[in-house]
Design a protein around this ligand. Structure first.
Ligand code: SDX
Length: 426
């Protein structure tokens, strides 16, 4: 049996044959690269709902089963048995690190977490009430100017160094963007602290490195807080060809510097349909305000004439529970006492989930909670302001973006991304 698909144009009976490429997991693809040459027509797929844009070995999602794997390892295993730095190493190197490799990787990221002194000035150009995402995207693009000559784009060995540098600096860039937005002095990274603790430190510390001091003494960063945030970073590390990763690959395809590709990814992620949803979820839960108002907002979400959507619900790929949402929900239940989670917001979220999962509108459209539905409640308990929710998504996802960038650059068949159109003009 030939591994091909034949398509017949019923207008003239002409038939066309296309090769099928099989996947190691998930759906096969029909290679339509010759479609225009054979038929003189383009294919059309609004929003790329049925289109594979590339080959990849990084992340696998089974949307029907609600399964997510990084380099073949299930997200549940990574989130419970490993930490974010191990996950970064896995994504970059296709294997988990041994003890020695992890120590080396950790130390390198700590020493690369500092920023060039000149780069700090970019934050001063922003109004203090600017959303940190605006400064983060701009500062990341500016980073390319400091490392232009360091990168021989043709030398694959440079890619790993470029990757480790941007992973290491993203928390510092995000923390500085935040500190600028509250008019507070920057807190330099402390290379004696782990990746995740260091981020909380740069957000919270007073000049001199002390944390808030209450009547009960200094409020040092708790292990449980570090573990919770580290798990959130792991869950956000990569997610196949989502909108921001597609943006990163698109910029990679023109040969631009990797850090401007990451900056473009940050901008794409900011939208509330994508990574900006985590901030919108909390604002929505606060707007709903109490469980007895949930029904009113569920009705609005179902009303085709009302633009209101239930933020944190629905997903292009998951037509089952987002496995990351399940892990965050469990984490929420584990932490509710220790981190004093906002019980009212939790009650509202749980009520929304309970009603939506039993409502025909959501069931028929296979709308389930996604990663953004629960992350905000935990981040709020970590005293992280809403404006920093999407920057935290950026910190977690940077490793995914740069890994996808490297995979694109190493693909000998890579081409500039240049789709066509269905022209309906004059
Ligand atoms: C992320 O792609 C990724 O992998 C992204 C991500 C990652 O890790 O990178 O997982 C991160 O972005 C998660 C998604 C965060 N966004 C939100 O939570 C925003 C709310 N959700 C939606 O806007 C929507 O569900 C999307 C954008 C996530 C998915 O949109 P699709 O796949 O294009 O689906 P659609 O808009 O065509 O909706 C299908 C139907 C429509 O109804 P009908 O026209 O058939 O009557 O479902 C309805 C939609 O109106 N619908 C919703 C809804 N989401 C979809 N109705 C109410 N509330 C919602 N949230």
């Amino acid at each position: 049996m030939k591994n091909t698909m034949t398509m017949i144009d019923n207008r003239n009976g002409k038939s066309y044959e296309f090769n099928i490429k099989d996947a190691t997991r998930g759906p096969s693809v029909v290679d339509i690269g010759s479609f225009y040459a054979q038929t003189g027509m383009f294919t059309y797929d609004n929003g790329f709902t049925s289109t594979a844009s590339c080959k990849s070995t990084i992340t696998f999602i089974d949307g029907e089963k609600g399964e997510l794997r990084y380099r073949g390892i299930k997200i549940e295993e990574l989130a419970t048995k490993h930490n974010y730095l191990e996950t970064c190493y896995l994504l970059l190197n296709s294997e988990l690190p041994n003890k020695e490799a992890l120590v080396d990787f950790d130390l390198e990221l700590r020493h690369r977490s500092l920023l060039h002194e000149n780069l700090k000035n970019i934050f001063a150009t922003f109004p203090t009430d600017a959303h940190p995402m605006a400064a983060l995207s701009a500062a990341t693009a500016a980073l390319s100017a400091f490392y232009y000559s360091h990168l021989n784009i043709a030398d694959e060995n440079d890619y790993q160094e470029m990757a480790r540098r941007i992973i290491a600096k993203m928390p510092t860039l995000a923390a500085f963007a935040y500190r600028h937005s509250i008019g507070a002095p920057f807190i330099q990274p402390d290379i004696e602290r782990s990746f995740t603790e260091n981020f909380l430190y740069m957000l919270r510390a007073y000049p001199g490195g002390k944390m808030h001091i209450g009547k009960d003494g200094e409020h040092k960063i708790k292990e449980i807080e570090i573990k919770a945030l580290d798990t959130i970073f792991t869950l956000h590390a990569d997610h196949e060809q989502n909108a921001s990763t597609t943006t990163v690959r698109g910029v990679a395809s023109t040969g631009a510097h990797p850090y401007v590709a990451i900056s473009a990814g940050i901008s794409a992620l900011w939208g509330r349909a994508h990574g900006g949803a985590n901030e919108s979820v909390i604002k929505q839960l606060e707007m709903i305000g109490s469980v007895d108002k949930v029904d009113e907002f569920i009705a609005r979400a179902k009303d085709p004439d009302d633009a209101f959507r239930l933020m944190g619900f629905g997903h292009r790929v998951y037509k089952n529970f987002d496995p990351r949402a399940k892990i965050l929900k469990n984490l929420q239940d584990q932490l509710k006492d220790e981190l004093n989670l906002d019980s009212n917001l939790m009650k509202i979220a749980n009520k929304i989930e309970e009603i939506a999962l039993n409502d025909e509108y959501f069931i028929s459209r296979k709308l389930y909670p996604n990663i953004d539905f629960y992350s905000g409640i935990i981040l709020t308990a970590l005293q992280i302001p809403k404006s920093m929710f999407t920057p935290i998504f950026v910190i977690g996802r940077t490793v995914g973006w740069i890994t996808q960038w490297i995979e694109f650059k190493k693909d000998k068949e890579n081409k500039i991304a240049r789709p066509r159109q269905l022209y309906l003009g004059k």
